[in-house]
Design a protein around this ligand. Sequence first.
Ligand code: ADP
Length: 452
Amino acid sequence: MKRLLSRIVIGFIILAAPLVLFSFKPRLILPLIFIWFLPVGLLLLLYIIQPLRRIRQQLLDLTREDLTDPPWKHPYLKEEFLRVFEYTRDLQDRLRREQAEREQIQSILYAIVEGIVATDASGRISFMNPVAENMFGLKPGTAIGKFPREVWREFELAEIFHQVFVTAEPKEREIWLDPPAKRLIKVQLTPIRMEEEGETQGVLAVIRDLTRLRHLETVRSDFVANVSHELRTPLTSIKGFIETLLDGGLSNEESARRFLTIISQETDRLNRLINDLLDLSKLESGRTELNQTRLYLAPLVEEVRQTMDARLAEKRLSFSVELGSVAVWADEDRIREVLVNLIDNAVKYTPEGGSIRIMEIGRGNEQEFIVCDTGFGIPKESLGRIFERFYRVDKARSREMGGTGLGLSIVKHIIERHKGRVWVESELGKGSSFHFTLPKYEERLDKRIEHK
Ligand code: ADP
């Protein structure tokens, strides 16, 4: 009804207005035009602005609902509007898909273990993943928008980005970063191009940290050199004494006996060295299974002490054990090896009349054991290296005592295989205490084994 009335009013105004205008005096034309335009304008406004408002609202709601109610009922306008609507919706879907793809690529670049850096057509850094930021010791996001030469002090690194951009040729290089980063990195750079023959849009760099790898290579070659040296020393000595014996040394029985005793000692040393090396290699490769059971350390310590009784007596060393009845979850043979190495060292490096104590402290679900002596002690600068293979504070003294330089690295491996920790505290001239922890025995650990 209301709609009909408004249509009648529109029709009346449109038809009647020109007639009225012509029948009145010319001076009334302006006010009449005004009177005519006012309602027509208002109606036009209602007809155009109102639907536009609805369009805006519906476009805003695009993400939430389907368009079921077009603002114009006229078939042509309705169809045109629906077409625009569909187009807008397609556009939005495409944008959403592109955004998802971009986010996926970003998360891949963020998750990758290599450092990734990209520069744009202006040569500025447009992307750097956290791995790269970490390698270069940069705060997150601080390199973005800067030129490589503003970010890195290493001229070579900044220069190589420029070269790849200009020549459009991929390049790779190993570069040592200046302190504080102090790392060896391998940078592989590729020009970014949309098509194979297209213009270079920027440079993509993949960066690997080679520091650890290079360190391992050095450690390995040092190890080979050390092993060769350790093997050659007793062999040279054995060969020397055999030659002396062959050159007439056999005629004197007393010196022959002395030489043969040395040869026998050196052979023992070779044997120990090879055994320790094999042991260490097995532990490092992880090939050996731990046979963990409920284990009390007191009887094991007693067993080890008995094997060293003669040496303890010879050096007049006192030996005390302060161990309770807390059981640990450990491999008996391996822990015996730990105790032999630590107690043997305490005996070797404690002068006559000293004392050795074995103690323990409960620490939550771990038990800490301490082998304490009143020996020579270890200088501060050596404390951090004492568990390294072949590291000895005093090479001559260790060799004289028949040491291989591998005992403590074996101890470290065994304890770490048990998920324990090992460390040393020492004061030069006063003594040392070697600490290690083992998991306490719990019934559920045994149950787990039974269910296997
Ligand atoms: P080694 O066979 O030479 O004893 P280890 O690996 O057992 O090899 O020990 C490495 C070095 O640590 C030893 O050469 C010695 O200098 C030092 N060291 C180990 N235990 C003690 C200790 N209880 N007191 C003083 N120095 C020790």
